[in-house]
Design a protein around this ligand. Sequence first.
Ligand code: ADP
Ligand code: ASP
Ligand code: MG
Length: 408
Amino acid sequence: MALIVQKYGGTSVGSPERIRNVARKVAKFRAEGHQVVVVVSAMSGETNRLIALTKEVAANPDPRELDVVVSTGEQVTIGLLCMALQDIGEKAKSYTGGQVRILTDSAHTKARILNIDEAPIRRDLDEGNVVVVAGFQGVDEHGNITTLGRGGSDTTGVALAAALKADECQIYTDVDGVYTTDPRIVPEARKLDTITFEEMLELASLGSKVLQIRSVEFAGKYKVKLRVLSSFEEGGAGTLITVEEDKHMEQPVISGIAFARDEAKLTVVGAPDRPGIAYQILGPIADANIDVDMIIQNIGHDGTTDFSFTVARGDLAKAQKVLDGVKAHIGAKAIESDSTMCKVSIVGVGMRSHPGVASLMFRTLAEEGINIQMISTSEIKISVAIEDKYLELAVRALHKAFGLEAAA
Ligand code: ADP
Ligand code: ASP
Ligand code: MG
């Protein structure tokens, strides 16, 4: 008998029939003698609908109240799934994040889990219940409802698995595992049997939404056995996220390609080229709570320099306003912005031992006529910022150039 935490995403619970399908899947694990904790997302489209609703009422909704509204999607699903389970003869009990007491910090819309009281869940399991927990939500020390950021149900699943010391955390979704890149963009993408935590962390942080990055961080930290599987196809082994590289296999140089749409670039033109200028530009941006991604400072001419960086497109207007103030303060010539950027990244631990990866990447993009506007690298990834109309072309060309579609 094992204790398994299963998380089902929005598409997997997207209709009454699909919820009944999840109930049948869970019942099968119960019949094999396992204890099962299920984490569910809101039905597909529901979280987007709720966010849109808040925007119709207020241009800038208060984050506390935003969380009150968007957390309701998951509450519907836990109740429905319990009913479906009970309907086929399973004992089942639902919990919101607050009822479990998934304690988080107070950073509304992007809260972090601090602690989980797992005792009531354990009791219910021992009494033969399937325990169904709402993903994506928690409660802070003052009793305020919080949410964990988009895709946060993955993190609820892994955090519960860690707290319960579960034997495995299974993330059921609408693809049958982690692929070399998003199979919706590249149909030739190949499913990976395993991927290292290190690589999965990079892919998630660079835009692959198959797992929320915090869920991968959690799993790595607490040694949770984490697997991504299809909720629609039976019998597949999915993708196991592993600590170790598979030493028996010839490691491919690149394991995967990630991309992030909706980036924007800002340039401070003609900033005075003197010590402290980066701080004077980026300090106020950080104070405004805007995350900066790639940064470039050009070589100075005549005592001035151009300074560019990228932010999420949703933060562009805010960042521009901040820079207008900075421009006057430091005496820069102009602020330029470009809202049509995206980022494409190649990731692989094999990069460490293979020189020439960057040059193949740049050559491939050059052959497609794609202009690289910014580059950033780490030990196991290379990212480029390019115009967003080239995103699909770049991903497909790189996927082919690095031989990712071929069997490993
Ligand atoms: P869920 O609602 O189940 O949480 P998500 O939509 O959040 O599902 O994540 C699954 C989606 O992630 C897939 O449908 C796929 O389009 C996308 N995706 C992006 N990159 C990858 C990748 N490398 N491997 C598999 N899926 C990926
Ligand atoms: N429902 C939330 C979202 O759409 C959380 C999740 O699905 O993981 O982001
Ligand atoms: Mg998701």
